[in-house]
Design a protein around this ligand. Structure first.
Ligand SMILES: CC(=O)[C@@H](O)[C@H](O)COP(=O)(O)O
Length: 255
């Protein structure tokens, strides 16, 4: 069970809704993923202008927890404004805080992310900040009282997988709130690896929406996250430098 603030989920996969080839494939992929949480950029929804297309239009949104994100914000002030607009329009009080500090890498601005998170916590939001894999920043966010930490595996949309396993494992080790690896996942083994390291969940978008077969990739992500989490819970054997026989000779009567 994944618990974020007062919310509980069976699935540990959080899925982004952008960049699918069409709404039908988006719907099928979302269903195949068995996700319970869908994230979307508030600025791309029609919540303020009903004449505009709704980017989730084929989906029965009642079946999902909608996690608005503040994509597009470059300052804390913008992020807070976007989050408040989303809440005022009746969306969930949970928000993914995304304050971009660099247009080329789309990496988050740590100072503005801290400021936005602090303000949104005061306003009573359930706050999930997207961060870099900075261990100290993750701790400071947790000290503020955020409800989950979302460190990037790699730049958004890059599909490179986890670039700094050491930092990620430090963040996971020290955290007392869920750690959800967010962004940069390219294929199922990356998601499984995040879970094997002890992450509580994975948020991804491009790896599914951009796959040749998004529906099949959504299934693969679902399965890999379950498998990675099981492997983490099972406790892996330590890696050794040299071989040890799988069938020991001790106790055998025939040599
Ligand atoms: C949808 C969303 O929130 C993205 O900003 C997120 O970070 C996913 O990144 P990928 O597209 O790299 O999976």
């Amino acid at each position: 069970m994944l618990k974020i603030g007062s919310y509980s989920f069976q699935s540990r996969l959080l899925l982004g809704t952008g960049k699918f080839p069409n709404y039908e494939i988006q719907k099928k992929a979302v269903e195949a993923s068995e996700t319970e949480i869908l994230t979307f950029a508030v600025r791309r929804m029609n919540i303020f202008d009903q004449s505009q297309p709704d980017l989730l239009e084929e989906l029965n949104v009642k079946n999902y927890t909608l996690l608005p994100n503040t994509a597009g914000a470059k300052t804390a002030e913008e992020a807070v404004r976007i989050a408040k607009l989303a809440k005022a329009s009746g969306l969930c009080d949970m928000v993914k805080v995304e304050v971009i500090g660099c247009d080329k890498t789309l990496l988050p601005d740590p100072v503005e992310t801290l400021k936005a998170s602090e303000e949104l916590l005061k306003e009573g939001f359930t706050v999930l900040p997207y961060t870099s894999d900075d261990v100290v920043l993750a701790r400071k966010l947790e000290e503020l009282g955020v409800h989950a930490i979302m460190p990037a595996a790699a730049p958004i949309g890059s599909g490179q997988g986890i670039l700094n396993e050491l930092n990620l494992s430090f963040i996971i080790e020290q955290a007392n709130v869920p750690v959800i690896v967010d962004a940069g996942i390219g294929t199922a083994s990356h998601a499984a690896r995040a879970m094997e390291l002890g992450a509580d969940g994975v948020l991804l978008n491009t790896a599914v929406s951009g796959a040749n077969d998004p529906v099949l990739m959504a299934e693969a992500m679902r399965d890999s996250i379950i498998a990675g989490h099981k492997a983490f819970r099972a406790g892996r054997i330590p890696a050794k430098r040299y071989a040890t026989a799988s069938s020991p000779k001790e106790g055998m009567t025939v040599s």
